[in-house]
Design a protein around this ligand. Structure first.
Ligand code: GAP
Length: 510
């Protein structure tokens, strides 16, 4: 995988992601999506939306406001329990999330494990049995046991709100401040992550509000409206994508942890008692969705939670192998009836469903799937960016995005800027633009134009040349293989529609 700094600079250089308000030196952990980034982000969002809403007859979409009545966040538990355990270093004055310090320590052990495995793989060559090696090699087993012990202790301490034990763990592991190397730590304290704001003109009458820290609550408070107006029968789901805001203290790693970010969430309403079955089913379905993008099974794993959020009776993360190690990409949570019951209590309104088959009223249970759109973007972008050595000894930078997600699907390149080739190229663009995102480029030598499209992740380049004038054929170049084929203009539409059809990707999920 490409070096992380290269990933960030590529994202900027090729118009994917810019630091926010850069002319004022940026704003920490806030980013803007540029012309290509916004298209990649939209394609990821569409891929998710289609898989959830279009392909499930019993899942509908919704788009609720970012501002919600402040009592929402009392009911959801965010006012009292949406905290991060923070620790300050007394020498550097830097503030950290205590759990992240411990997790980073474990990632370092994991890196050592990976190195042992890579060394052994090299030594044993084709005979190497990685699974067996991980199970039996003394050093690797020792590393894994150490990680398990540390994470278990961390999870249990956080669950019991035993922050002294978290501090003791940091001291026992001799974790030092990454900035200063100092081990002079304060106590661990809880810090609420919600951003506050005000609604109203005058200071006296203004109402204190929060920017929503998750999109899920907009779904819960509308549960009955949607169920009744849509005449939906349980089990059914409500999906939404939209912005969420968190005052993250350890905001780093580019768009991995942002203060303003986008979520793609789905709440699935089910009869009480069936949550285990649906939780397992959604874990499987969501993993399949990720795998359908072809980014390698070995880059995903589940992490079942020891420490459960205040609303959950089971929870797991789908983790992805980012350039800085395996980290959470998506959460799947069995939220019980916590949210709906709590909203009933705080609002005084019933949020119950009448089940005709069971002939009874009940508050449904909920299984939630929640994936960060920006994190998905980072997963796709960092996986796709490669530096490749070519047979002729030169190298190229290529962004091997899953083709359906690429911001530009097709680039039309007239071989030269004369002899009617630009006119022909523009005509082709006008024909293809109805179905695909097409760009047109006539500047520079064609080789350089190919390289530019490779760096943008464009899966197909179509070159219009002098032969096109004679026989109405063009060359089509595949980004990944760099192979060129001649194809008639007449057959082009059919070829591209087949290659770039969402259906061929999403079918892998079913
Ligand atoms: N409604 C449940 C919920 O919000 P979460 O695990 O806190 O659960 C879900 O967040 C997903 O949102 C995460 O798996 C991650 O992909 C994304 N996410 C959370 N905080 C984020 C942040 N600060 N920046 C970017 N993405 C974030």
């Amino acid at each position: 995988m490409t070096d992380f700094k290269k990933i960030i600079s590529h994202a900027k250089q090729y118009g994917f992601v810019f630091p926010s308000s850069e002319i004022y030196d940026g704003l920490s952990a806030v980013y803007d999506y540029a012309q290509n980034g916004v298209a990649l982000k939209k394609n990821i969002r569409d891929y998710w939306w289609k898989s959830m809403v279009q392909l499930h007859h019993n899942i509908v979409g919704i788009d609720t406001a970012i501002f919600m009545h402040p009592t929402t966040w009392k009911a959801s538990g965010h006012v009292d329990a949406f905290n991060d355990p923070l620790i300050d270093n007394k020498d550097s004055k830097k503030r950290y999330r205590a759990d992240v310090l411990v997790e980073d320590y474990c990632s370092k052990i994991e890196n050592k494990m990976d190195k042992e495995i890579a060394k052994a793989a090299k030594r044993f060559g084709d005979d190497f049995d990685q699974e067996e090696f991980i199970k039996t090699n003394r050093r690797v087993v020792g590393y894994q046991e150490k990680i398990n012990q540390i994470l278990k202790r961390l999870g249990q301490s956080l669950e019991k709100e035993d922050l002294t034990n978290v501090k003791n763990l940091i001291e026992e592991l001799e974790i030092a401040c990454p900035e200063s190397g100092s081990r002079n730590w304060t106590e661990v304290k809880q810090f609420n992550l919600m951003f506050g704001t005000k609604l109203g003109a005058s200071a006296d009458s203004a109402m204190d509000l929060y920017l929503r820290p998750e999109t899920a609550q907009g779904i819960f408070v509308n549960f009955l409206n949607v169920q009744k107006t849509g005449r939906l029968k349980i089990p059914f789901g409500i999906a939404q994508t939209g912005k969420a805001f968190r005052n993250e203290i350890v905001a780093r790693q580019f768009i991995f942890r942002m203060r303003e970010f986008e979520q793609m969430e789905m709440q699935f309403f089910i009869p009480p008692g069936t949550q285990k079955e649906w939780y397992n089913q959604w874990k499987e379905t969501r993993l399949k969705w990720h795998l359908s993008l072809g980014m390698g099974e070995e880059n995903y794993r589940f992490h079942d939670h020891e420490k459960l959020a205040h609303y959950a009776d089971a929870a797991a993360d789908i983790e992805f192998k980012f350039p800085f190690g395996f980290k959470e990409l998506e959460g799947i949570h069995s939220r019980t009836d916590f949210d709906l019951v709590s909203h009933e209590e705080f609002s005084g309104k019933k949020l119950q469903y009448f089940d005709h088959e069971q002939n009874e009223n009940y508050v449904p249970y909920v299984v939630e799937t929640s994936v960060g759109l920006d994190r998905m973007f980072l997963a796709v972008f960092s996986w796709a960016l490669r530096e490749e050595m070519l047979e002729d000894g030169s190298s190229r930078t290529v962004l091997k995005l899953p083709s359906i997600l690429a911001p530009i699907k097709i680039a039309i390149l007239p071989l030269v800027k004369k002899d009617g080739l630009p006119e022909l190229g523009k005509k082709l663009m006008d024909d293809l633009k109805w179905n695909h995102e097409v760009s047109y480029d006539e500047k520079d030598a064609v080789g350089r134009r190919y390289r530019r499209q490779d760096a943008l992740g464009t899966p197909y380049c179509i070159t219009v040349d002098h032969q096109t004038l004679e026989d109405q054929t063009v060359t089509i170049r595949d980004r990944d293989t760099m192979k060129q084929e001649r194809i008639s203009i007449e057959a082009l539409g059919g070829f591209l529609n087949k290659k770039l059809d969402f259906k061929n990707w999403l079918k892998k999920i079913q």
